[in-house]
Write a protein that binds this ligand. Structure first.
Ligand code: ZN
Length: 314
């Protein structure tokens, strides 16, 4: 069994504008990191354009949101900005479709009875966890991880899906989409106060949501404490059939957008904890989605540590 790595050159053609931190080089940095000989045993696939991608997007967002993004993608004056953070270019719709498609593919692979892939990491962009049901937001067009969770339920009969989000920003879109959905767990650590200014402990949805906000400067010890005291026990108690991970590496100390001061070792630590949880609950099935991470060196080292920990567990 192995760890699957999914990406695609089309992710380089989503260009939200000169100077935008969510830039094509992020995916190149990860590809470079995973080209090292110690990653020779990874299974590798390209993120597909699938016939069922629009249906998967509609499941998470409804038809109007899809139409709005498609209409914007049909313009000729690129980059086109939806808001201060979120913009698209000529290649953005294809990239966004492949980002969702990568999630669907990886879910298919970890549910395949042949079990060739036990877990997966998807180096996709645009990211997804800020995209709400009816709104693009925070660099995100479609909520890739929400679409994958709903697809796993529909296509593979996953009764309960857990999403763990360790990006430095709160995954407000994912939380909103699953706010009243008792069959989806959402657990998040994030810096507060910080964009998008949600993620208080009191935000619990239908009892399926656990927020563990951290403060600026908290560092790895507090992060691990929050995971061990709040998120991981709730994850185990939920007994999911699949674990999905919003892997943002912008909580790294070198990242310009946050101040949680984590290290690659912290990312390796949480990855192993999640792999162990997946072993206990769901035959190791875990799919991890790239969200943030804006210092290229830190992103390279952090994603390598993350994937090495996934592969160790596979
Ligand atoms: Zn982020």
């Amino acid at each position: 069994m192995s760890t699957l790595f999914v990406t695609h050159p089309a992710f380089l053609d989503h260009r939200p504008g000169v100077g935008h931190p969510e830039r094509p080089q992020r995916v190149s940095a990860i590809e470079e990191a995973l080209a090292a000989p110690r990653f020779d045993r990874l299974a590798r696939e390209l993120a597909p354009l699938r016939d069922d991608v629009e249906a998967a997007i509609v499941r998470a967002h409804g038809p109007e949101h899809l139409l709005r993004v498609k209409a914007a993608a049909g313009r000729e004056d690129f980059p086109y900005a939806f808001d201060d953070d979120t913009a698209i270019s000529a290649g953005s719709l294809e990239a966004a479709y492949r980002a969702v498609g990568a999630g669907l593919l990886a879910v298919d692979r970890v549910f395949d009875p042949a079990h060739e892939a036990r877990n997966a990491f998807l180096a996709v962009r645009p990211p997804g966890h800020h995209a709400e049901r009816n709104r693009v937001m925070g660099f995100c067009l479609f909520n890739n991880i929400a679409a994958a969770a709903l697809y796993a339920r529909k296509r593979h009969g996953a009764g309960r899906v857990a999403i763990v989000d360790f990006d430095v920003h709160h995954g407000n879109g994912t939380q909103q989409i699953f706010w009243e959905d008792r069959d989806v767990f959402f657990g998040s650590t994030h810096e507060m106060p910080l964009f998008p200014y949600t993620g208080e402990v009191s935000e619990t949805g239908a009892g399926n949501i656990v927020n563990a906000p951290l403060r600026s400067g908290d560092g790895g010890a507090r992060f691990r404490e929050a995971m061990e005291a709040r998120i991981l026990p709730a994850l185990d108690a939920f007994r999911p059939d699949l674990i999905l991970v919003s892997a943002g590496f912008d909580a790294h100390f070198a990242d310009p957008l946050g101040d949680l001061r984590l290290t690659e070792e912290d990312f390796a630590w949480i990855t192993l904890k999640l792999v162990e949880a997946a072993d206990r609950c769901c035959d190791g099935r875990l799919v991890s989605f790239l969200e943030g991470g804006y210092n290229l060196d830190a992103l390279e080292r952090s994603s390598a540590a993350h994937v090495a920990a996934l592969a160790q567990g596979a």
